[in-house]
Design a protein around this ligand. Structure first.
Ligand SMILES: *Cc1c(COP(=O)(O)O)cnc(C)c1O
Length: 395
């Protein structure tokens, strides 16, 4: 047997499904960011959608105890601990006034992105039409492509508060699924009850599935709580909603979330998942129970922190002549690029090259994001002030 590479008779290549993925638009900006950091420049990173604050201590304590218990070291039940599921159902009913059957209407996930990524494989057949908003969180598109779905873009426009136009959806035939995400990443928009009602009515009439991503359900400002699509009458006939511990409890690295809604949709996802993973590490499930039992102050403190940062950034930028409507939820500021820049990428490059500030160019979320830039509120106040001071010099 020869291990000589010269004798290899074929070239290893990525599968077509990988080759067909859209190009990764952040390559250049990532490279520039790494170079800036390597040069020891004092970079302010407003680019990442990952909380800078640690997980609350009572959750970490619950995890420590659970890790030491050998009973938690085995394969977990795919369907999750019954205690976790009943705690999620309790939390959901308290928060949204929607009862969930813990056995059939909810399912734990290895982070909500995992569930969102696997879900299309259980419901989408080749060429099925899937409506995706433009801009959108970048994780949706590849997973629909992997399932051979055909994507139709639905624009999110500032003139419609970054909510899809229901009249336009009404005119589209043979829709299999629509993906929505409110509070929205990247636009920070919140959907109204009227929008959800109209969408559920259309989905029931036309017969399509709604995938609602609600990762930012608890990150909202000015006391205005976003609603769940499952609050709408009849939504459970057509919708599945994805929830996450990541943003609510600063647990991005822990990898846990859940799906809830229509039992057939949940069952399809459970079946796909049973062929990919073997559940969430039980100690993490136990920590998640502790998270759901947190005092209200835990999430209030997190909200207040982002709200304060939001006000610092929005007021600071207004002070230097850049007026941006304050976001009502999520931890992003979605801003039209200032005058003098021709594209999102040009703006992001100038921020980095001239002010050592990383922000995400809007076109990375789809063509509909061109002309915008996203700044994450995931740095402390003093860094936000510093960012405003630096921008003052270049704008
Ligand atoms: C952060 C984020 C997620 C991913 O959440 P995980 O539970 O950590 O996988 C999902 N959707 C959107 C829009 C996000 O911004």
């Amino acid at each position: 047997m020869s291990t000589n590479t010269e004798s290899t008779k074929f070239t290893i290549e990525f599968a077509n499904r990988l080759k067909e993925l859209p190009p990764y638009l952040f390559v250049e900006i990532d490279k520039a960011k790494r170079e800036a950091m390597a040069q020891g420049r004092d970079v302010i990173n407003l680019g990442v959608g990952d909380p800078d604050i640690p997980t609350p201590p009572h959750i970490i304590e619950a995890m420590k105890k659970a890790v030491e218990d050998g009973a938690n070291h085995h394969y977990a039940l795919d369907a999750g601990l019954p205690e976790l599921k009943s705690e999620i159902a309790k939390w959901f009913e308290k928060r949204f006034n929607v009862p969930l059957d813990a056995k059939t209407e909810l399912y734990p996930l290895v982070g909500s992105k995992e569930g969102i990524a696997h879900f299309p494989l259980g419901v989408i057949n080749p060429k099925d039409k899937v409506l995706l908003t433009d801009p959108a969180y970048p994780a949706y598109r590849p997973t629909i492509q992997f399932a051979d779905g055909k994507i139709t873009n639905v624009p999110l426009k500032a003139s419609n508060n970054f909510i899809p136009d229901l009249k336009k959806i009404e005119s589209i035939n043979n829709i299999k699924m629509m993906v929505i995400n409110y509070p929205n990443n990247p636009t920070a928009a919140v959907a109204s009850r009227e929008f959800y009602e109209g969408l559920v009515r259309l989905a029931r009439e036309k017969g399509f599935i709604i995938l609602s991503d609600m990762a930012y359900s608890e990150i909202y400002f000015d006391g205005e709580k976003p609603i769940s699509i499952l609050e709408i009458d009849g939504a459970k006939d057509v919708a599945i909603e994805f929830h996450s511990f990541s943003k609510t409890y600063n647990m991005t690295g822990w990898r846990i979330g859940w799906a809830c809604g229509n039992p057939t949709l949940i069952a399809s996802l459970a079946k796909v998942k049973s062929n990919y993973d073997s559940g969430v590490f039980q100690a993490i499930q136990i920590a998640a129970i502790a998270a759901l039992r947190s005092k209200d102050e835990v999430t209030e403190d997190i909200r207040n922190l982002y709200q304060e940062r939001r006000d610092y950034l929005i007021n600071g930028l207004r002070g230097i002549g850049w007026k941006i409507p304050p976001p009502k939820a999520a931890f992003y500021v979605w801003a039209k690029i200032p005058k003098g820049f021709n594209s999102s990428m040009e703006c992001a490059k100038a921020f980095l090259d001239k002010a050592d500030i990383v922000a995400t160019p809007g076109n990375g979320f789809g063509e509909g994001g061109e002309g915008y830039i996203r700044m994450a509120l995931t740095v402390p106040k003093d860094r936000i002030n510093e960012a405003v001071d630096r921008l003052k010099k270049i704008l």
